[in-house]
Design a protein around this ligand. Structure first.
Ligand code: FAD
Length: 542
């Protein structure tokens, strides 16, 4: 009879335990969890903080008693593994009652990640400064939130933004301090700005390109890099996570990128009897095949099942991760899959950018919302590298379709071929995914050539003439300096106003009318490019 020890009883660990049981009724399966709960909903913690999940017990997806009964597991909470003794295949377990050794035939590490705690002056003596990872953390934050008026969230990643929204919903005045140029560092700046705008509209103060350099007055005053000070009753550190691998490191297991655990594609660490999964391990990014760390629940759950399969003798391989993620920030959703521009640049990959706006469902049916989609692809082969989408509705569907497309190795040429479910309340006969495929094909064929929002100033300085093809009333409400206004429907008649010796860039509100103008001008012998994302993106970035 095999004896499995699993360290960490949440996403990856419990998935591994229950799958192991389904495959081996006889095995001894012991789960060692240092916290008071197993199988809890880490992802639900911000929504409990917000009050959207009203019952704390709803966070405890399955209790230890339920899991023990159904899966015949030996679950030991409040049991911290303090050492892995590889020579005698045992671990040392610390409990309130004392310390003991437990033998294993095979050991699975699913120790997760831990919040990064930056070295900030005065942090040691600061009060009411928290990180959020588990149920006891959220209990403390909630208790303090109820007694607070002002909160500061340090770090504007997914967890930081979810907490910021939750605290606003609790009636607090919230400031976010982010070192980077924009919120959601895993998004490209112009896509993140849609979300940043929503935060500001909901009264959140967003301070980017800034950092907290010191805590003063026992944490009630935060000093920023620019000298500004902030009063705070409650401060959240949400500056990212790092693999929780101290235990593995002390046991001499091989670590790599940012101290993540190195595993082979069967999840085996450098010790063949020890396996590891979840946030603690290094995985291969699907497109680049480069090492990366992905702290997300879906890969952790999948890896938990797969490691059990491997241990049961099935040929299951870790095929890497894409890093598909989504966050809700007030009425906006932001979703992403695959690589963003900075990751593509770091990987040395040539890419084409495409921005497109469309509707969540048929525009004539009530409730249609605007989605902005950004597609990144290889300009010659059409290989899909990544996508980001923002909007109040339908973002999840589009990102999931594109994540599936990337995983399946589809190219932009396949996107028009996707037959997506359609009736007016649900989608459009030409979904934004199909449209993105058409637009990408146009770019690849040279039927359309684009200029990005950040390239416009240089192009105009080099002599390009911007032509705004919106209606005069739209132009008057706000226009890009230097643009001349010739509405699309007048363009054929007024073309003689445009000398052919010039280079033109056409723009409209969202990019569709300007594309039509580009086609008219191109077919009349003009040198012309389309401003990708058009005035909407330009205005957002001012
Ligand atoms: P975990 O689920 O974190 O489990 C690790 C467990 O190991 C912990 O309970 C820990 O106590 C235990 N442990 C560690 N060391 C020891 C030891 N020495 N002895 C005993 N036990 C030990 N992901 C998403 O995809 N979508 C989301 O919306 C999302 N939201 C999130 C919101 C929050 C607030 C947080 C904190 C995370 C969120 N995540 C989300 C991330 C997701 O929860 C993790 O990616 C996932 O839980 C990782 O699974 P894991 O098994 O590797 O680690």
């Amino acid at each position: 009879m095999m004896k499995y020890l699993i360290i960490g009883g949440v996403a990856g660990g419990m998935s591994a335990a229950t799958r192991l049981r389904r495959l081996d009724e006889q095995a001894e399966i012991i789960i060692l969890e240092k916290g008071p709960y197993v199988s809890f909903a880490n992802c639900g913690l911000p929504y409990y903080l917000a009050g959207e999940i009203s019952e704390r017990s709803d966070l405890l997806v399955k209790t230890a008693a339920q899991l023990t009964k159904r899966f015949k597991l030996d679950i030991r909470q409040n049991s911290e593994v303090t050492a892995i003794n590889r020579t005698d295949q045992s671990v040392t377990v610390k409990t309130a009652q004392g310390t003991y050794q437990e033998h294993y035939d095979r050991l699975i590490l699913s120790t997760g990640a831990q919040p990064v705690v930056p070295a900030i002056e005065g942090l040691d003596s600061a009060q009411h400064v928290y990180t959020l990872r588990n149920v006891p953390d959220v209990d403390q934050i909630l208790a303090q939130a109820k007694a607070s008026q002002k909160a500061v969230v340090i770090g504007a990643g997914f967890i930081g933004l979810e907490i910021a929204e939750a605290l606003v919903n609790r009636g607090l005045q919230v400031t976010i301090v982010e070192r980077g140029t924009h919120v959601l560092p895993s998004f490209d700046i112009e896509m993140a700005m849609f979300v940043q705008r929503a935060l500001v509209q909901h009264g959140v103060t967003v301070l980017t390109e800034n950092a907290v350099t010191a805590f003063e007055a026992a944490g009630q005053t935060l000093v920023l890099a620019n000298g500004q000070t902030l009063a705070s009753d409650l401060t959240i550190l949400a500056v990212g996570v790092q693999p929780a691998t101290q235990l593995a490191n002390a046991a001499g297991l091989q670590l790599g990128l940012r101290k993540g655990l190195i595993v082979n594609d069967h999840y085996q660490t450098s010790d063949p009897l020890i396996y590891a999964i979840g946030d603690a391990i290094i995985v291969k990014q699907t497109t680049t095949n480069q090492d990366t760390l992905i702290s997300l629940a879906s890969p952790a759950n999948r890896q938990g099942r797969q490691v059990a399969d491997v241990l049961a003798g099935k040929n299951r391989l870790n095929r890497g991760s894409l890093g598909t993620a989504i966050v809700r920030v007030f009425e906006m959703a932001g979703g992403s899959t695959g690589l963003n521009e900075s990751q593509l640049q770091a990987a040395g990959l040539t890419y084409q950018v495409l921005h497109l706006s469309g509707k969540s469902h048929a525009g004539y049916f009530p409730g249609a919302e605007t989605i902005w989609l950004k597609l990144l692809f290889q300009p010659q082969t059409g290989e899909l590298f990544g996508a980001q989408a923002v909007g109040p509705d339908g973002v999840d569907k589009r990102i999931d379709v594109l994540a599936t497309a990337i995983k399946a190795g589809l190219t932009v040429d396949d996107l028009p071929e996707l037959e997506l479910s359609y009736a007016p309340p649900f989608g459009s006969a030409k979904d934004i995914i199909n449209l993105a495929g058409y637009a990408a094909q146009n770019l690849m064929a040279g039927d359309s050539q684009s200029v990005q929002w950040h390239e416009l100033a240089a192009a105009m300085a080099a002599g390009a003439q911007l032509v705004d093809v919106r209606e005069p009333a739209e132009h008057q409400q706000g226009a890009i300096p230097g643009a001349i206004n010739i509405p699309l429907d007048d363009l054929r008649q007024r073309m003689s106003e445009l000398p052919k010796s010039n280079h033109y860039i056409v723009s409209c509100a969202s990019g569709l009318r300007s594309y039509l103008a580009e086609r008219i001008l191109k077919q009349n012998g003009y040198q012309v490019q389309n401003l990708d994302g058009a005035y909407a993106l330009y205005a957002l970035m001012q």
